[in-house]
Design a protein around this ligand. Structure first.
Ligand SMILES: NC(=O)c1ccc[n+]([C@@H]2O[C@H](COP(=O)([O-])OP(=O)(O)OC[C@H]3O[C@@H](n4cnc5c(N)ncnc54)[C@H](O)[C@@H]3O)[C@@H](O)[C@H]2O)c1
Ligand SMILES: [Zn+2]
Length: 383
């Protein structure tokens, strides 16, 4: 006789994000309270360690002063996209987790950019089937988006994030002081995710970004801190409140502009950062939305002008490579990554969006042509 058991159970998650300035200053209790006597292995992005001399000593001194049980001096590993290109960083992190006897009641403290957190987070998610992870994003993109999420992963078989895991971190700690060592490009990158999420969810935030665009473009840290703070909140609230934190459906409601961005990142061999590629992908999707009659002409201009005012270039010559075919292949790759039906999010107003399930190549090509024309006459884009 056929037989079956069908059991249902629910697990509650807590997604905690702390905002502070100077997390490693003696007296700052955020990390000390989080770890509360447990063992912690600190793993740091080499890009951060190199541009902030003395950082390892700062971490060690904090541990001593605040009674945090760090198992070693911070382990410094490769950061940036190189951290995700193969399994070397994941393996090095796993080896250290094993050597330091980090158990499911101890912590991995990962400090670095979004790519670094993706890789070290994957190691933490798989060691002992998941040890506790505290993420400390150190880029604007990390603090406003990548670092406050629940996804980890590295690229395999030439595919972005092919090997990875969903895992809710024990906590995220956003330390504004850690952004100080970023260059102009690094400071700007995260702003595009702020524009994206404001377009999807919050017209007031969008207007604030417009108002502060000169300060933001000039790399003003307090203004960047405000933009990143609201971006983090909108991203995290979406994850916690939108019903699909682990992306079981076919939609990715926050990924406006990302199908083309992911493709352009790999087509440019990461000449474009994730943020720069999203700026181009966003511009492309906005024009497609306008062409489809979903998004107004004036709103499209406002949005493109904001991207340009923040210092983003909204065209990449690679869009026209081989008549646009390689970039268009990104649509199918985007569908494949999620499975199921192609689902793209497009804006219908500033702060509102809808989903579409097809995108004609002709519309994308037309939008790419328009971006090329605007790029050749920058005054048009700024008018
Ligand atoms: N997991 C997610 O949900 C998610 C979401 C969005 C993006 N991402 C991923 O995040 C990655 C992009 O992250 P990113 O924009 O943070 O860039 P990144 O991690 O590539 O870092 C950029 C560079 O800055 C260096 N760096 C980091 N912090 C620094 C600091 N404070 N001072 C000086 N240098 C510093 C890094 O070493 C690297 O060289 C992409 O791989 C993207 O796919 C992940
Ligand atoms: Zn992104």
């Amino acid at each position: 006789m056929d037989d079956s058991l069908d059991l249902e159970f629910a697990v509650t998650y807590r997604h905690r994000i702390f905002f502070t300035e100077g997390a490693f200053a003696s007296g700052n209790r955020v990390l000390a309270d989080l770890f509360a006597g447990a063992k912690v292995i600190p793993i740091v992005d080499a890009g951060l360690a190199n541009s902030r001399p003395g950082f390892a000593a700062e971490v060690a001194a904090y541990g001593k002063a605040m009674g945090v049980h760090f198992t070693r001096q911070p382990l410094v590993l490769t950061g940036g996209e190189a951290a995700k290109k193969d399994s070397a960083v994941v393996k090095a992190a796993l080896a250290a987790i094993e050597a330091d006897k980090i158990c499911r009641h101890s912590y991995v403290l990962a400090i670095g950019g979004g790519a670094f957190l993706d890789a070290v987070g994957f190691a933490a998610a798989t060691a002992h089937r998941g040890v506790r992870l505290v993420r400390m994003p150190t880029t604007t993109l990390g603090q406003g988006d990548a670092g406050v999420g629940v996804k980890n992963g590295i690229n395999t078989f030439g595919k972005k994030n092919f090997t990875g895991a969903f895992a809710v971190p024990a906590a995220v700690v956003n330390d504004l002081a850690l952004l100080a060592s970023l260059d102009a490009r690094g400071l700007r990158d995260g702003l595009v995710e702020a524009v994206k999420v404001s377009l999807l969810k919050d017209p007031v935030f969008f207007a604030n970004l417009e108002k502060e665009s000169a300060l933001l473009a000039a790399g003003n840290i307090p203004a960047i801190g405000r933009a990143v703070r609201r971006s983090a909140e909108l991203h995290a609230k979406h994850i916690a409140g939108n019903g699909d934190p682990f992306e079981l459906g076919s939609a990715r409601p926050l990924d406006l502009g990302h199908w083309a961005a992911h493709k352009l990142e790999s087509m440019t061999n990461h000449r474009l950062t994730h943020g720069e590629a999203v700026a181009v992908g966003l511009a492309l999707d906005l024009i497609c939305a306008r062409e489809l009659g979903l998004f107004g002409k004036a709103e499209t201009e406002r949005s493109l002008n904001l991207l340009v005012a923040l210092g983003f270039r909204i065209y990449a010559p690679e869009m026209h490579l081989d008549g646009g075919a390689p970039m268009l292949a990104g649509l199918e790759e985007f569908r494949e990554h999620l499975g199921g039906q192609l689902t793209l999010v497009l804006p219908t107003a500033i702060g509102k969006s809808t989903q579409v399930h097809e995108m004609a190549s002709a519309v994308v090509r037309k939008a790419a042509d328009e971006l090329r024309a605007r790029d050749q006459q920058p005054c048009v884009a700024r008018s």
